[in-house]
Design a protein around this ligand. Structure first.
Ligand code: E4P
Length: 219
């Protein structure tokens, strides 16, 4: 399973990359705003800075919601770096744009997916990634993980190449369950990735090993 980090914060991206387990980055307009990035030139420069840290796959989202606008913005984003994946919202015009980018060999990530029907449309249009939002479904009392299971099942039935990119991940159990269900990718905040490290028996076991070593050495 691939690990993407869901942030536009350069320090967090660097920290995750330095751990040696990072496969990509996802951003969205809210995450860019959180970092105080605005204006076309600044946004593009920030995407370039992210691309300079990671090896590949940096999702950069279009703001336009009409077909022509998405094509124009998507082409601009793709020009920033070969690592860019153009993120397109799950709307009718978005499906047309995904189809276009697929024919041009430009990778896309279909975002704001909340049903298996939407995921089916994204795959048929040729999206490279589909992003079902688990946490936001859980927030309104739907089972986000059940959606991951449905999409993985449907894609396996037909051999779609679109990768299931589980998004809106809030905690480590979301991530682990996505791995069990066969999601291709998870994207999550750094704290979810580092949360995987934690186990009290690891901490107490390590403390004991170090204490025993010191005792044997007469320290
Ligand atoms: C990623 O592509 C999504 O934009 C992101 O995971 C949404 O997460 P949130 O629901 O925590 O905002």
């Amino acid at each position: 399973m691939k690990f993407f980090i869901d942030t536009a914060n350069l320090a967090e991206i660097r920290e995750a990359y330095d751990m040696g387990i990072l496969d990509g980055v996802t951003t969205n307009p809210s995450l860019m705003a959180k970092e105080g990035i605005s204006g076309d030139a600044n946004v593009k420069a920030h995407y370039k800075a992210i691309c300079n840290i990671v090896d590949d796959k940096v999702s950069a989202e279009v703001i336009a919601t009409d077909y022509e606008g998405m094509i124009r913005e998507g082409k601009e984003l793709a020009k920033i770096d070969d690592k860019i994946v153009v993120k397109i919202p799950m709307i009718k015009e978005g499906i047309k744009a995904i189809k276009y980018f697929h024919s041009e060999g430009i990778r896309t990530n279909c975002t704001l997916v909340f049903s298996s029907g939407q995921a089916l449309l994204a795959a048929k249009a040729g999206a490279s990634y589909v992003s079902p939002f688990i946490g936001r479904l859980d927030d309104i009392s739907y089972d986000g993980l059940e959606l991951i299971a449905q999409i993985v099942h449907i894609y396996n039935n037909y051999g779609y190449e679109t990768e299931v990119l589980a998004a809106s991940i809030r905690h480590t159990m979301h991530l682990i369950k996505c791995a069990e269900l066969g999601a291709d990718v998870v994207t999550c905040p750094l704290k979810v990735i580092t949360g995987l490290l934690k186990h009290p028996l690891t901490d107490s076991g390590l403390a004991q090993f170090l204490a025993d070593h010191a005792k044997a050495a007469g320290k």
